[in-house]
Ligand binder design. Structure first.
Ligand code: PLP
Length: 401
């Protein structure tokens, strides 16, 4: 008889997005005239730049000819893309990362999910709360978290991100082994400056911990002194793995390309281990997609990508400004497409969701869906159109002004 992985039974059912969809559908049935605006979208909406589609067409055409056809590629990614990543994302920022420290993949979701496999089951993990759920769920599956008791996994160290600590995670009092950090953060949209991030690197060096640093939203950073890479911090190469993605940077959520940096000088021989893991379990990102990713680094590619990001960032500014005018507290949104607002009058996240849906026909994401410390908060995103964003804010103002 087969024994299944019982850790899967410890997973909490994620009702978040299905409950939202159900509530919206029911409301729309009751009020067919209502023009609902969705501000909960966590996906890009603008079409991909034409330099990228041109690169895709060209690469597809190469596949059609004997001389240029390609089969399996290197599991770690083609040199033409790794070279561009090394130069453009690291060397130009004064960071010395080598090509064999870069592993191209088909998404930061799978990389952030899979990396924990390299560590034994009895490591203590630390996550921020609220959090991108992939980090916690994959550790549950691996049997590293213990049981779910009173809203939390018993063996996990939760680091709250709240108004009180300005959404800056505090160093754990206990010793932790694997630390997940995501900045600019999903869902709060807040960032860590270099001094704050340095505390984590120092902690990891002192405690022989490893930091798994998710920088999927790095392209949205505009303020000075906010690190674009954890390797801007001295010593980080000994203790940090970095995940980056073309998804939000270049609109690749449907094309799929990302990369993970595992420095050779990192502790525990993780570079070799990840290489071994990828060579065994992953057969490379498609040639066509890697050519598409390469095109994002051309002069024209950079220009087009920046234009899209600027569009989302303008939406984020509109949201922040308009919420402020309505006397609502809001955070994030400056170096991020996410705005994390405080529900007014001590409302709970889901009550505020219902109120906004019914009174403004605006949909967002209840903060409590990202972790217990998200209760009383609400996430709005900048991925809708400018017109819809303006209209949604007008409606919210009418309720709260
Ligand atoms: N990391 C964070 C924090 C995210 O919010 C997301 C997607 O929403 C991802 C990673 C997934 O990235 P990818 O599309 O490269 O799998």
């Amino acid at each position: 008889m087969v024994k299944i992985n019982e850790n899967y039974q410890k997973l909490q059912k994620s009702y978040l997005f299905s409950t939202i969809a159900k509530k919206v559908e029911e409301y729309q049935k009751k009020q067919p005239e209502a023009k609902i605006i969705k501000m909960g979208i966590g996906d890009v909406t603008l079409p991909i730049p034409t330099v990228v589609t041109e690169a895709i067409k060209k690469a597809a055409e190469e596949m059609a000819h004997k001389e240029t056809f390609r089969g399996y590629g290197p599991e770690q990614g083609y040199d033409f893309l790794r070279e561009k990543i090394m130069q453009e994302d690291y060397k130009k920022r004064g960071i010395d990362i080598q090509m064999d420290e870069i592993f191209v993949s088909d998404g930061a979701k799978c990389d952030t999910a899979n990396f924990q496999e390299l560590f034994s089951e009895d490591n203590i993990i630390a996550i921020t709360d609220p959090v991108y759920p992939v980090y916690i769920d994959t550790n549950v599956m691996a049997g590293r978290t213990g049981k779910f008791l009173e809203g939390k996994y018993e063996k996990v160290v939760y680091m709250p991100l709240t108004e009180k600590n300005h959404f800056i995670p505090q160093l754990p009092k206990e010793k932790v082994d694997i630390i997940y950090l995501c900045f600019p953060n999903n869902p709060t949209g807040t960032v860590l400056n270099k001094e704050e991030l340095k505390k984590w690197v120092d902690y990891a060096i002192q405690n022989e911990s490893i930091i798994l640093y998710d920088a999927a939203y790095e392209a949205f950073i505009e303020e000075e002194n906010i690190p674009h890479s954890i390797y801007e911090i001295e010593g980080a190469k000994q203790v940090a793995v970095e995940f980056k993605s073309f998804s939000k940077t270049a609109g690749f959520t449907g094309i799929r390309c990302a990369y993970t940096v595992v420095p050779k000088e990192i502790k525990y021989d993780l570079n070799n281990m990840w290489n071994r893991r990828q060579s065994t379990k992953f057969n490379g990102t498609s040639y066509i997609v890697q050519r598409a990713a390469e095109a994002t680094y051309s002069e024209e590619g950079k220009k087009q990508i920046q234009k899209n990001i600027a569009y989302y960032k303008e939406n984020a500014k509109i949201i922040l400004n308009e919420l402020k005018k309505a006397n609502l507290q809001a955070y994030g949104g400056i170096n991020s497409p996410y705005i994390w607002m405080k529900c007014p009058n001590h409302m709970k996240s889901w009550d505020f969701f219902d109120l906004l849906l019914e009174k403004a026909n605006v949909v967002g994401t209840p903060g409590v869906g990202f972790g217990p410390s998200g209760e009383g908060y609400f996430r709005l995103t900048a991925f809708n159109t400018k017109e819809n964003t303006q209209e949604a804010m007008k409606r919210i103002q009418e309720i709260f002004k």
